[in-house]
Design a protein. Sequence first.
Length: 309
Amino acid sequence: MHSTTRIQIGAALGLAAAAFVHQRAWQAQRANPPAGKFTEVDGVRLHYLERGEGPPLVMLHGNGSMVQELALSGLFELAAARYRVIALDRPGYGYSQRPRDRWWGPQAQAALLHRMLAKIGVERPVLFGHSFGAMVAIAFALAYPSSTRGVVLASGYYFPTGRLEVPVMAAPALPLIGDLMRHTISPLIGRLTWPGMLKLMFSPAPVPRYFDAFPVWMTLRPSQLRAAAAEAALLIPSALTLRRKYAELETPAVIVAGAQDRYVDHRRHSVALHAMVPGSELLLSPRAGHMVHHVDPRRVLQAIEAAAR
């Protein structure tokens, strides 16, 4: 086969993949319109769900996720019976924007969140953060201790340990080649690996049937894949920066993890953070993995109440 013919075939396949990806992304957005409210902070439009009454509780999802994942968890409804719950689409996820003119590490997201909460009238919330969201929550508490009632850090990555998947996950954030990947092969690979990734996240518990309602193709849109890839690239540098400050944390902190987490080693992260943060509490769920707020929501609610007290 001539090289010209191969190029033509490759271009045709790329165009077909791009057309398929954009069609599925359009269908996903049409089937899942914004369910919450919008506010604009520093030129960034943010989407959030608000439910319940009482002391404020802010919930932050992990990498590659969005507010629908938090809303599907039993924790969301349990908490909304006692708290004013604000669940945020972090920048670049769901229907929140993520401008490309800055790096959106945990500290930058915490600063944006601080201004957002002031704008919508939320004072001294408890922050619940899951996975990468836990890094944002701890960055918030370190930067704004007087504005934080407490933090609940679930299944977080806190120290710069090796992650074999980071180079692969971060590739779609690269200039040019990453743009091409996000609009063609990355969403297709993501859809093929989705069942296995879910199994890993929930293991040893089965993936709950209600998770069929999660809009997979919303997470595979090129814009959201860029946010997830950028956060994968920032994971280790962010942990390097934050770890120097953990011992300075003044805010009441409850650290939660699944004792059978196969995605983030709870001993090297949650247990180690507990040893480093003065006065922190540690709650381990013996039957949960990474998705502890789905598998053991009452234990996580217990952690929220401890932080609130």
